[in-house]
Design a protein around this ligand. Structure first.
Ligand SMILES: C[S@@+](CC[C@H](N)C(=O)[O-])C[C@H]1O[C@@H](n2cnc3c(N)ncnc32)[C@H](O)[C@@H]1O
Length: 573
């Protein structure tokens, strides 16, 4: 059952968007607006089922090496292992407690079916919902209130329409074709569309990139989308939390972002149509592409790149590339820039899908050498994120660290139009008071010893920022590897590298209570790292450390600004 003391559902401010979620009181950035212990529906993606608890979504480490790493990072899930249900041998649980809760709520309805046939994710979801409806579960009835969008899907994506219809019909057949639930088969089909077109993607809060499954919940899913969201969603397995990303007044509509909202206007619109079947009419999209500034006007693209763009245009025409999401404008210069834009986005995507560092490097080169892309304009921040991760995986520490620094200090993607001037590239930074949170952990208590002016960007408090700080801290610690001695000596001429992990730990201690909370898996890992770092610095008087850390910050920022990304990727193999 839900307590709706903080939020209410009523007519949205967006014309034609139906209802939305509204704040009944004011919230500061980082405040929890609303949380549910587990969404009404939380279903693992098919490929996650072998190693993840089907009830609490905790993941067992995949290899002994992963287990060792998780232990050394203080992750409370390091010891997790999952066992299959003896009945169906498919659903897996990490504990008796999870198995019992799952059985009572949903697994008793599907266990027999799963014993004989494996069933895909949307069908599993609808099966459980149908059975719960049959059992008179009123929370599930609320799922029927959502628009199913069947006609829109049929008109625009006939193959999706067939798939979703079949998923509902298969669930209905697996439940022995019950006609006593409202419209029988048609209810099953509606549920399939409702859940799949209005549901939430459940990402692991520790990585924010690993998609664990799909969620659906009548209150969480009442929140509309905005490309300039004032709230964000964290799935702290299995608790679902909405937090304020900036100041929200009582009566304001609460918006989250369903898809990355830092992409250019047409790209965002196309993605939301493709995955959620609606045309976004948020306040940022109302400004069209006016926020998508390039460094130069399309006419100023230099002649070498004009020739390359002409060749790309011919190839894109031969390959019948759907250009609308990359479109800049209809002039000759605009079409050239559209071709470059299509090339870099597609190369980026292809690089991620095929694990190709060369594809990622080539996309980045086009963005930077053409001189058109500001560092904060997508896909540059996205390419940097994926290059950093590829270099980390291949243990190429130096390029990974340099890219992490550039991302953290310079190349944050543009999220909030209000505080960002797309041409000057300046964002207003506000300093947070560290001790706003009520319950203090030992780390926070330790922090009272320091007053360090590290900047947070309250307009974009979210867990992506936290992950960025976390990776800089870890990579900076990794630089103490003896193999890096030469690089460290060079860097130490600019700033005290050995102090950086401590500075990042302090920044993380500010970010955790505003994003994922100390009780989350990520919170535990950050606390573990902070405690180790503070223990290491035990002998240093706080006043002296504070002075050193305050002096460090502007130096690291200046160093990050000078990092030449082209040089970094040219030197890295
Ligand atoms: C998860 S539901 C949100 C709640 C929904 N508005 C309702 O009435 O129950 C998603 C649907 O809301 C509408 N919607 C959400 N955000 C929107 C936006 N920015 N612009 C237009 N429609 C939006 C779309 O119809 C979308 O398919």
């Amino acid at each position: 059952m839900y307590t709706m003391e903080n939020v209410e559902i009523r007519q949205s401010a967006i014309p034609g968007a139906g209802s939305g979620l509204f704040a009944k009181k004011a919230f500061k950035p980082g405040d929890v607006i609303f949380s549910v212990a587990r969404p009404l529906v939380a279903e693992l993606h098919d490929e996650q089922r072998l190693r993840t608890c089907a009830w609490c979504f905790k993941q067992a480490p995949a290899t002994p090496m992963e287990r060792m790493m998780a232990t050394s990072m203080g992750s409370p899930t390091a010891d997790t292992s999952v066992k299959a249900c003896k009945g169906c041998k498919r659903a897996r649980y990490c504990s008796k407690a999870c198995q019992v809760k799952a059985w009572k709520t949903e697994h008793k309805y599907e266990c027999k079916t799963l014993k004989y046939v494996d069933v895909v994710e949307p069908t599993r979801i609808v099966h459980k919902l149908l059975k719960r409806l049959q059992a008179g579960d009123q929370e599930v009835e609320a799922a029927l209130r959502f628009q199913s969008k069947q006609e829109d899907v049929k008109a625009q994506w006939p193959e999706h329409y067939d798939r979703l219809r079949e998923a509902g019909a298969a669930a209905w057949r697996n439940c022995d074709e019950p006609d006593d639930i409202y419209g029988g088969l048609e209810t099953a089909v509606s549920l399939s569309f409702n859940v799949m077109t209005n549901g939430l993607s459940l990402f692991d809060a520790g990585t924010a990139t690993e998609r664990l499954g799909r969620g659906f919940d009548p209150v969480l899913c009442a929140a509309n989308h905005s490309c300039d969201p004032n709230a964000f969603f964290v799935f702290d397995t299995p608790t679902a939390v909405f937090r304020a990303g900036r100041i929200i007044a009582a009566g304001d509509e609460i918006f989250i972002s369903y898809k990355p909202s830092t992409n250019p206007f047409r790209y965002r619109q196309a993605e939301l149509k493709q995955f959620y079947y609606f045309e976004c009419r948020c306040s940022k999209c109302a400004q069209g592409d006016t926020l998508d500034g390039f460094n130069k006007l399309p006419e100023d693209l230099d002649s070498h790149w004009c020739a390359r763009a002409d060749a790309m245009m011919q190839q894109q025409a031969r390959e019948d590339v759907e250009m609308s999401r990359y479109w800049v404008n209809d002039s000759v210069a605009g079409r050239r820039l559209s071709a470059l834009q299509a090339d870099v986005f597609q190369r980026h995507q292809h690089g991620v899908q095929t694990n190709s560092v060369n594809e990622l490097k080539s996309a980045l080169r086009t963005c930077l050498e053409s001189g058109m892309w500001p560092l904060r304009r997508e896909p540059v921040p996205g390419i940097l994120r994926d290059l950093q991760s590829a270099y980390t995986t291949s243990r190429m520490l130096l390029p990974s660290f340099l890219i992490a620094l550039k991302r953290h200090f310079v190349s944050r993607p543009v999220q909030i139009s209000r505080s960002f001037d797309s041409f000057s590239g300046e964002e207003k930074v506000v300093h947070h008071s560290r001790h706003e949170t009520s319950s203090r952990t030992e780390v926070e208590t330790l922090l009272t010893r320091f007053v360090v002016n590290l900047e947070l960007h309250p307009g974009s408090v979210d867990h992506f920022q936290l992950l960025s700080s976390y990776s800089v801290m870890h990579l900076a610690l990794g630089m103490s590897d003896p193999n890096e001695a030469q690089n460290v000596r060079e860097m130490e001429q600019h700033f005290k590298l050995r102090l950086l992990p401590m500075a990042m730990a302090i920044q993380l201690s500010e970010q955790v209570p505003l994003s994922v909370g100390w009780d989350s898996d990520m919170g535990h890992r950050v606390r573990h790292a902070c405690n180790q770092l503070f223990a290491l610095s035990g002998g240093t008087p706080p006043a002296s450390l504070t002075r050193q850390l305050n002096a460090l910050w502007p130096k690291v920022r200046a160093y990050a600004e000078r990092i030449d990304l082209l040089e970094v990727i040219n030197r890295a193999r």
